[in-house]
Design a protein around this ligand. Structure first.
Ligand code: SAH
Ligand code: SF4
Ligand code: F3S
Length: 441
């Protein structure tokens, strides 16, 4: 038998890219590839890229530069660029980086096996179409490997919201939901392979409206309720949501569905209505806070996470103070904050009223200090509490296991009974900057 070819994938960006990388590995598994952790052993290297901010996109070219010696040492090595940079600048990559053999966008990677065969024959291949067919329905299936206890499952993709700063509608295309039956089948398969927690993914996951087996449009809440009936599936999460798609039935699910974990990532971007309007977010700070209040009424211990952008064009000190005020009002368990980055092709990139970089940096530091303080307080408040933990993998210390609590805190325990895939009650004994420590009850 011919020796298996080795595939190395490096993944940047959001969880959807993590999921896509798994799918690409499976698709190429059907062409005889097995995964390797070592790029120097690989017959094919794929960079699954992110275009969201300038720094993320630049990483691709510097990484390609670092791969050059590998290609010189092994002329049979094939190098591919996938993901959102591939979609946004496929032709440019081919021109700038002659060592790249193939470029594949986020909606065409089901065609990777055919592209791989073409590049093996010496061709260079680019496919950044937005095809008619559903890639998930056309993905070749590789060998069915066993899985860790927590998995991602993409249920919705793309975005029609066109926030003024954002590349996602251009890189991922129009919003589309997968049919519920396919999602349910994939979830059952994951559970059969050892998965106990599924995080449903979408750029606007709460806009999910997939066709149900009954022909009706299913909401995300209905999908979650049906998934919850799968025996062996213990926990369900979803990300990322948009405030305007936070429907009543989904808010209600936080009260009524015990398998839905009490954690929600709900980005707001800014606390200033003036800036929200310029961002084309189509919601106000007040309407956002009203949704948070309703969510907390449904599930009082809900842990909240968010995304923030500082230094959007036209942002004044007063606008920024409104953002700090909103953060104080909401109280986040954790959050992500970014300095605005002008992205080619987006409407905001045309604006001339840019904020000086030093000002944006100073605002980012102040915002991050406040968010870190809130995160610390939320974690410290867990000390002495009993939380339920799904153990996932060994920690860095000998004998240590790490898992996630219901509220998505990383929890370390040193106890032989804590094995991957078990869910057990843990008393929290200490809080570190990014994790908790505890003992099994
Ligand atoms: N679909 C998700 C977010 C996708 S991008 C949503 O709507 O919430 C993830 C985060 O990156 C965004 O929430 C935003 O905070 C940040 N982001 C997007 N474009 C950006 C840009 N041009 N500059 C800085 N941050 C940006
Ligand atoms: Fe980007 Fe806005 Fe769509 Fe989120 S909702 S992906 S921020 S355009
Ligand atoms: Fe980045 Fe594309 Fe995700 S731009 S954040 S990898 S959708």
């Amino acid at each position: 038998m011919a020796q298996a070819k080795k595939l190395f994938i490096r993944t940047y960006g959001c969880q959807m890219n993590v999921y896509d990388s798994e799918r690409m590995a499976e698709a190429l598994g059907a062409s005889g590839y097995v995964a390797t952790e070592r790029p120097e052993d690989a017959d094919m290297i794929l960079l699954n890229t992110c275009h969201i901010r300038e720094k993320a996109a630049e990483k691709v070219y510097s990484e390609l530069g670092r791969l050059k010696p590998l290609k010189t040492a092994n002329p049979d090595l094939k190098i591919g660029v996938a993901g959102c940079v591939a979609q946004a600048e496929g032709a440019e990559i081919m021109r700038r980086a002659p060592l790249v053999d193939l470029v594949v966008g986020p909606q065409t990677y089901h065609r990777l096996p055919a592209m791989e065969a073409a590049v093996r024959n010496g061709a260079r291949a680019v496919d950044t179409e937005f095809p008619e067919e559903d890639k998930f329905a056309h993905l070749p299936k590789g060998p069915r490997a066993s899985r860790g206890p927590a998995a991602f499952l993409t249920v919705q993709e793309g975005c029609d919201k066109f926030c003024a700063f954002c590349v996602v509608p251009y890189t991922r295309g129009a919003e589309a939901s997968r049919p519920a039956a396919r999602v349910l089948a994939e979830a059952r398969d994951l559970v059969d392979r050892g998965v106990r927690e599924i995080t449903l993914l979408g750029q606007n996951v709460n806009a999910y409206h997939g066709e149900g087996p009954d022909g009706a449009d299913w909401s995300l809440a209905r999908l979650i309720d049906t998934l919850a009936r799968i025996d062996g599936l213990a926990r369900i999460r979803f990300t990322t949501s948009h405030p305007n798609d936070m429907r009543d039935d989904l808010i209600e699910a936080f009260a009524s569905q015990p398998k839905l974990m009490p954690y929600l990532h709900l980005p707001v971007q800014s606390g200033s209505d003036r800036i929200l309007k310029r961002m084309n977010r189509k919601h106000t700070a007040e309407s956002y806070v009203a949704i948070i209040d309703r969510l907390r009424a449904a599930r009082p211990d809900l842990a909240l996470s968010g995304d923030f952008i500082v230094g959007f064009p036209g942002e004044t000190d007063a606008d920024f103070e409104d953002t700090l005020a909103l953060v104080r009002r909401v109280g986040y368990g954790q959050a992500y904050s970014f300095k605005y980055s002008a992205r080619p092709g987006t409407p905001a990139a045309e604006r001339r009223d840019t904020v000086a970089d030093a000002v944006a940096s100073e605002r980012l530091a102040r915002l991050q200090a406040l968010l870190t303080e809130q995160q610390r307080a939320a974690q410290d408040a867990m000390v002495g509490c009993c939380v339920s933990v799904l153990f996932e993998k060994p920690g860095r210390m000998p004998g240590q296991m790490v898992g996630k609590s219901d509220h998505l805190h990383a929890v370390h325990v040193t106890d032989p009974r804590a094995t991957p895939g078990t869910i057990a009650p843990v008393r929290i004994t200490a809080s570190a900057p990014n994790s908790l420590a505890g003992e099994l009850l």
